[in-house]
Design a binder for this molecule. Sequence first.
Ligand code: ATP
Length: 313
Amino acid sequence: MGCAALISKDLVKVYRGGVVALDGLSVEVPGGCVFSLLGRNGAGKTTFIKIASTQLLPTSGYVEVLGFDVVEEAREVRRRIALVPQEGRPAYLNTPYEHVFHYLLTRGYSIFDAKRRTWEILQELELTEYAHRTCSQLSGGLRQRTLVAMALAPESELLFLDEPSIGLDAVTRIKIWQTIRSITKENGQTVILTTHYMEEAEALSDIVAIIENGHLMNVGTVDAIKKSLGYGVCVEFSGEGLELDKLKEYGRVVVVGGSVRVFTEERLGRELLEWALENGKRAVLRLVNLEDAFIASVGKVIEEYERRSEEIW
Ligand code: ATP
């Protein structure tokens, strides 16, 4: 990983109406890495991406992308970045080929190079079969693939991918993961990604930042984030009738929907699993994953809220 591709300092965004979407966010993204922004709905991820990609002005604070100020030097930033916007839609009457080809021309490619690169990227994303069909005739996933193809085509120094995998089938998703890995590791490009798929973030990210209510909750490598949970294993229970006070003796307990996760150390985890089996409870023992660390990070905020409002999560 190289020097910083993006630096944000004390970034604040207050929308009209007073919603505080970003509340003093400071992060640094090293060049040549995959940096994933995780957060619950409304945490401020898209707002951050919009500001960093020069689509939205901050209320205060500062963002520098590839050495350029996103407000004062927006044009320089735009030349060097590419974006898959959240819920973006390609133009219905254009084909995937036209989208990628014309985009490359606007990015300064010659006609010859734009043609070559267009076919290359359409092939990589398995879109050649659909190259000349208008987007109105394509499925939602194929339209999303077209947007990803546009963003990948110009080999920009920095790519913002705001929930790029939405609507993609599992095979395509894994293929795009491979591409993202190779453009960062082999070409030194930087990718800033938002996703709600924890397995995607875990598989791809060099660095993960968890944000909540416009605040940075946690940042680090996937391993560091998992370690910050403070426990190595999780016993996950499904079903009713669990005594949470008993479970709390083993470690940290988080209730999510219909399941109860007990984060604990390995010896206690085995003990708890045995107890569960003897008592007819449905439980599995596994290593902690990024989703656990995420839930625990944002869970803290929710637990505080609960204490104040005395509501049960
Ligand atoms: P999601 O995971 O649901 O996409 P997010 O983390 O990307 O969420 P943002 O879209 O950045 O969250 O929204 C952050 C906060 O700002 C939310 O409370 C949202 O309702 C609010 N917000 C977003 N856009 C606007 C807007 N144009 N005007 C007013 N408030 C907005």
